[in-house]
Design a protein around this ligand. Sequence first.
Ligand code: SAM
Length: 271
Amino acid sequence: MKGKLYIVATPIGNLEDITLRAINILKEVDLIAAEDTRHTLKLLNHLGIKKAMISYQRHNEEVKKDVIINKILDGQNVALVSDAGTPGISDPGEEIVKESIKNKIEIIPIPGACALINALICSGMDTKEFYFLGFLPLNKKNRQEKIEIIKNENKTGILYEAPHKLKNTLKELKEILGDRKIVLAKELTKIHEEFIYDNIDDIINSNKEIKGEYVIIIEGNSKIKNNDFENMDIKEHYLFYEKQGLNKNDIIKKIAKDRKVHKNEIYKLFI
Ligand code: SAM
């Protein structure tokens, strides 16, 4: 009989943030596939668990996933963990899940800590609708394209960022978004946990020391949220309707109506 794949969330700082079910699964499985076995060993030692481990990192995901899948097909139960939080969320996991689905292996989530959710729930921003972009791409052009998406999105946005890149990323956000409200959720669940609620500019100018791990929460574009066409630039206005699936002609007609101008004036701008 085939084994099962458990996707087990582990703490993002505070070692008490692990569920009883997660502990039991880590005790019961035959093998733990860990992003960094040395890192996970510290957690297992803390929990008094001794278990065989295999490394499953981004750079060896392709090869290791086959090794792990074969073990599951041979009947072993495997728990996948990452260094912190929920596997697959800006961490390895996606590939082995896809391969498990192909092999009709049962996949069982064991819920727990996830930095983006904990940052969001304390952000004071709209939690009804939000989107997560993970880490921005390294390539400058691709980064700017992603930030353009944020600019024209009315939902709350969530980003991960490495501490040494945070200041620079805030400056890039400021350049494209203007002075938007953001929340920095710092060192969640750890001793120096802090929520910084401010405008991007004030945070950049505060010269606060950037140390530790951060989640960036970005308020949705309120102009788009409130259909505030008068204060939108023409590109924002166009994107507003484009997102609703309208074609170019209909968008131009709508913009002209909203702005109380003849549609030819708007046509000219888009030729
Ligand atoms: N899988 C993890 C999760 O479920 O949140 C995310 C791993 S990702 C490689 C690491 C990034 O998550 C960090 O750069 C930071 O943006 C965010 N992060 C992780 N732990 C955090 C914490 N304790 N406080 C704030 N941000 C954290």
